[in-house]
Design a protein around this ligand. Sequence first.
Ligand SMILES: [Zn+2]
Length: 453
Amino acid sequence: MIKSILLSVLAFASISTAQADINVGAPDCISQAEMKTIASHFNQFANLANKEFCNDDSTTWHLLSSLMFMRQTQFKPSMPVSKDELFTGKFAKNWYEYFIGRINDLEVVNDCPKGVIAYVYMFGNTMYTCPAALTTNFSSLDRASVMMHEARHIDGFPHITCTKGARKGIQGACDTKIADGGSYAVTVETYAQLAKYAEGIHPAMKAYAKSSAVVYADEAFENPVKINRSENLLVLTNTLDFHALNAKGEIKKLGKTSALGHIVKRGQHLIIFPTDKALKAQYVFANNEGEISQSPSDFITEYNAQTPAQKANLVDLHIGAQWSARVFKNKITFTCDPKSPTMKDIALPAGVTAAALVYPDGYARDKYSAQLVSENGELFELGCVNKQASLKAIATRLDQKYTRIHKAAGQVFGLVDGKLFKLEGTRSTPVVTALDGTIAEIVPQEIFEFFEQ
Ligand SMILES: [Zn+2]
């Protein structure tokens, strides 16, 4: 018996929720002709082959619609490879043919461990899918990527445990190097292909796929993946306009957003918590890509269900690869173990009210600590080092009352009263721009040569 059970550890990365029916004109029914073809490849659907099948939100529908996504998604006729390692085109040809060449049975299992979405055994042609992946919180785009990933395992590509990086210590969460063309390489390639070359897919969904490709490339390999990239400071003004401030200090106007708010990073993904607490937190995109209606995570679904008064209690949120910290006015709730839903609260000292998380050393998914500034300007370090939640005061004093501090393109920026400052240690100098006084939010954002061209 082959021992290796090939789990896809996807919950630690960017895969989560995205809109299911985002395809422009995505049909809510699968024709009888299509059903017949699919049933000829997957015996289990034989009893459904004689009529059309419509969306009933069942697990069967979600499996079928993912197969349909693989059958029907059109790509540009020419798909040049990237100059880096994001896209080689190795798996670009015909996703559905590739999948049915390896998998001919789809089973839904109900007892999946936390973080597992789907798996296969090397000695079979069945893909096991966990219910978490079979709801409208998961897009056909995500599922197609997962299915291609699982099919690749059948070719004899197991995972390893990461010994470093964002997924350090997580069993089956890494491959050695992307050039090996294993299952995580397939994940990166499928997202990169969707982001760059898919036709008829909503622009916001393509932007989501772009970020997903990079998160996997950055986090699911022992040997770093070569990606040609640069970093900007993304600036949101009170006129609802996004701007990019590059390393040379040049400002470029980007798209608009629908509401002001606090932007939190989850790897490459940006999530906005609107200032107007009647609005919901959601993914946000800077180049007029539009919106994805589904929630980025279970916590954000919970948050969105709260009353405006409850929402106002959440001050900030840190999302690391394996830990998170929800910062409330008077306490911090930590999730330090990626394998367990256990949470730990640590209260702020009496009389201290949390104001914001600040990142003078930069936001990084593989770091286990972050800094917090209080309304009186006191600094704290918080984190989950060795899976232990901690909060301690730092002696450093900042020279101003910053609402944000972020590092982008090697520079540390602070935001005070709509104005930008460059920080060196505890000293600051103004960054004078045309946006002076109107800046509502800042967050670092990377751009990638392959997707920009
Ligand atoms: Zn896998």
